[in-house]
Design a protein around this ligand. Structure first.
Ligand code: FAD
Length: 475
């Protein structure tokens, strides 16, 4: 067919997966374009995900720290919250990053084609131009020809079918718009996104209920860490309803009336001022005409790929949220580099042993690799070393003596195979455990590494020393 433009590589979607793939491919010499329906690059992560949520969580942390120093003899007045100014601050943080990305695309001569892309055949995408800050279609169309393509079209929040459309009912994108701080808010889904938003809204003054179908909040980390988290966060919540479902929502003038079913379900409908739907995200695999290119899409919308990130069609790759769990930005970026390098003819494959997870709540919970429970379920023999922060000088000085650092070692090799940290900056510290796992480090390697004192990070070394002491056959 006739194409308006032609590229070595076209990347569909400009999230952390898409822009990382495009930049790496351009650096390796491929003539590259990105197709993106939104006005700015950065996808969910920069525009309505990781970054805006962290901008708001930082502000919440400052407010809470200020409240905590009253036991140290310092009293601040109750903060006044200007929601409009806070929203502007958050948008400013996003703007700096998306502006930076646009500059980086330009510097690498990566073309950005604005619009909604879908496949016509295995070598062509049609792009329906979009405009403004929204995704309004202008009617203009363009056919883009590619030698190779990387699908990085991401995921979208799941909307429960029985929940009505109402401005008081939002998903994470709506919550991050920060239109109001409600009196009473229901968070549907006790995963990381829901709990991060609960942290922000409760610090700004909302009372929060959480409803979760499973028997615990945050599915990933060690249950001991979640217990610590729950104790530190009890003040935010009126009601945490585990093993409970939301079954009906009625939007009335006086509020949103919600019916629940399950273990902790209140008998009568409960009234809320705002509802956040954070019951998971679904991949966008079925929205891009993949069948026209012959690309197989799974039943739930995920696109199967091999270790080189190739779909069943060898010159079409897929990366990021659209290929599977965990739906995290750092996983998308890693996969992006693999796909771009393979597309440029280099030898590369996805070979990561572990992918860390972090809840950027207060305190943070960070984990990687095996938990004790997972090891037990697999019949793997492990040694567990837990270092309570009550024995860390820095943690006590910082008012964080409730935290802990736990490492999981293979009982035979003494190599570290997992770790969980709960406490401030846990997410920044888990990187050391990731590196240790990837390098095959054992308890002695970590324990004998000199960590700076006094830091929260030295608790990783101290946990390893706990294990080291319990190992008899080490050099
Ligand atoms: P996305 O970021 O979803 O990007 C896909 C892009 O493709 C979008 O820009 C979309 O507009 C575009 N697109 C889709 N279809 C088309 C089409 N047909 N034509 C043109 N363009 C299209 N992850 C973390 O690691 N850390 C965090 O702290 C974190 N916090 C989060 C907080 C929230 C509230 C949310 C919602 C998510 C968070 N995530 C976090 C997850 C993270 O945002 C995603 O894992 C990441 O954005 C996935 O990147 P991606 O490149 O696969 O896709």
């Amino acid at each position: 067919g006739s194409a308006d433009v032609e590229y070595d590589l076209v990347v569909l979607g400009a999230g952390p997966g898409g822009y990382s793939a495009a930049f790496r491919a351009a650096d390796l010499g491929l003539k590259t374009a990105i197709i993106e329906r939104y006005a700015s690059l950065g996808g969910v992560c920069l525009n309505v995900g990781c970054i805006p949520s962290k901008a708001l969580l930082h502000v919440a942390a400052v407010i809470e720290e200020a409240e905590h120093v009253d036991t140290a003899g310092i009293k601040f007045a109750k903060p006044t919250v200007d929601v409009d100014a806070l929203r502007k601050h958050k948008d400013g943080v996003i703007g700096k990053l998306t502006g930076g990305l646009a500059g980086m695309a330009k510097a690498r001569k990566v073309d950005v084609i604005r619009g909604y892309g879908h496949f016509l055949d295995p070598h062509h995408l049609e792009v329906e131009e979009t405009t403004g800050t929204s995704q309004d279609k202008t009617g203009a169309k363009k056919v883009v020809k590619f030698k190779q393509c990387i699908i990085a079209a991401g995921s979208a929040a799941v909307h429960l079918p029985f929940i009505p459309k109402d401005p008081r009912i939002v998903d994470s994108t709506g919550a991050l718009e920060l239109r109001q701080v409600p009196g009473k808010m229901l968070v549907i889904g006790g995963g990381i996104i829901g709990l991060e938003m609960a942290t922000v809204y409760s610090t700004l003054g909302a009372r929060i209920d959480v409803v979760e179908m499973m028997d615990g909040l945050m599915q990933g980390p060690d249950r001991d860490a979640v217990k610590v988290w729950e104790k530190q966060n009890a003040h935010r919540f009126d009601n945490i309803m585990l093993k409970t479902k939301t079954v009906a929502v009625e939007a009335k003038e006086d509020g949103l009336w919600v019916k629940f079913e399950g273990d902790k379900a209140p008998a009568e409908p409960v009234r809320y001022d705002m509802i956040l739907q954070s019951a998971g995200r679904a991949p966008n695999g079925k929205k891009i005409g993949a069948d026209k290119a012959g690309v197989i899409v799974g039943e739930r919308g995920f696109i199967p790929v091999d270790a080189q990130m190739r779909t069943n069609v060898p010159h079409i790759f897929a990366i990021g949220d659209i290929v599977g769990q965990p739906m995290l930005a750092h996983k998308a970026v890693h996969e992006a580099h693999v796909a771009a390098e393979v597309a440029a003819g280099h030898k590369a494959a996805f070979d990561a042993t572990v992918i860390p997870g972090v809840a950027y709540t207060h305190p943070e919970v960070a984990w990687v690799g095996y938990t004790e429970a997972q090891a037990k379920a697999e019949g793997k023999k492990v040694e567990t070393a837990k270092f309570p922060w009550a024995a860390s000088g820095r943690a006590i000085a910082n008012g964080a003596d409730y935290g802990f650092t736990k490492l999981i070692f293979d009982a035979e090799t003494h190599r570290v195979i997992g770790g969980t940290i709960v406490g401030p900056s846990a997410g920044d510290m888990i990187g050391e455990v990731c590196l240790a796992i990837e390098m095959g480090a054992d308890a002695v390697d970590i324990g004998k590494t000199i960590h700076p004192h006094p830091t929260l990070g030295e608790t990783v070394g101290m946990a390893a020393e706990v294990a080291h002491g319990s190992c008899t056959d080490l050099p």
